[in-house]
Design a protein around this ligand. Structure first.
Ligand SMILES: CC(=O)N[C@H](C=O)[C@@H](O)[C@H](O)[C@H](O)COP(=O)(O)O
Length: 226
């Protein structure tokens, strides 16, 4: 049985509101405004980075919030919520689900330790994975849901500009519930992910990173005309 916050996300759009470090939109005031715009547009949930952003957006909505931190951990390659302290901070800020790195990359704490920290804090546990094997391992470790978030971001997953529909099909065929996330840059792709069996869809850059979207257009025009 799915956790209640996940049931509420069924077939919904979760908007990831996360400006990169160095982006003019990184300040929490901008994250709050972007979150309000996403809610106005009908988002069914939000995915937010940092305890400060989560705490600032929490009063705006009782829709599910997926929270995470992004921080380098020397000696490892993981950066999404990699320690129990980070899990607890995200949960304490008001996240319903805590997303953390659930890949095979070298890591300071096991997936099971992060799952336990989330559950002890009263939050659900979302493992961001990049392969079917990692998804199986995350469920074995007690995760409530996995997300395809990190496909394309580990050396052992397929690299490329498109969403990883092969991974989504494999998860669906294995009967493993999953959230589709990563490079779902058009409404048709989001709908295709749901048709492939995703519980819900997380979209970030195409909605909340105008600098990235601008670059897509600029690159498409490069070499044309003049
Ligand atoms: C790989 C990684 O660090 N992904 C992050 C995870 O939280 C975010 O930077 C992404 O924006 C999010 O996953 C949504 O994906 P997209 O922006 O492609 O719609």
């Amino acid at each position: 049985m799915l956790a209640p916050a996940l049931e509420r996300l069924r077939a919904r759009l979760v908007v990831s509101v996360q400006a990169d470090d160095g982006s003019p939109l990184r300040e929490t005031a901008h994250i709050v405004a972007l979150s309000r715009a996403a809610l106005l547009g009908g988002a069914g949930g939000l995915r937010l980075r940092s305890a400060q952003d989560i705490a600032s957006v929490r009063p705006l909505t009782d829709l599910p919030i997926i929270g995470l931190t992004k921080r380098a951990h020397p000696g490892t390659a993981v950066y999404i919520t990699a320690t129990p302290d980070e899990v607890r901070a995200v949960a304490a800020a008001g996240a319903d689900l805590v997303a953390f790195d659930g890949t095979d990359l070298p890591r300071p704490y096991t997936v099971a330790e992060l799952v336990r920290a989330a559950h002890d804090a009263g939050a659900g546990a979302m493992a961001d994975i990049s392969t079917l094997a990692e998804a199986r391992a995350a469920y074995a470790a007690g995760a409530d849901i996995v997300g395809t978030t990190l496909s394309g971001y580990t050396p052992h997953s397929p690299q490329g500009p498109a969403p990883d529909f092969a991974l989504m099909r494999a998860l669906a065929a294995a009967g493993l519930p999953f959230i589709a996330e990563g490079r779902l840059n058009a409404p048709e792709l989001a709908a295709q992910a749901i048709a492939t069996g995703a519980l819900c869809v997380v979209v970030g850059s195409a909605i909340t990173r105008p600098d990235h979207v601008t670059r897509w257009f600029v690159d498409a025009l490069a070499g044309q005309g003049r």
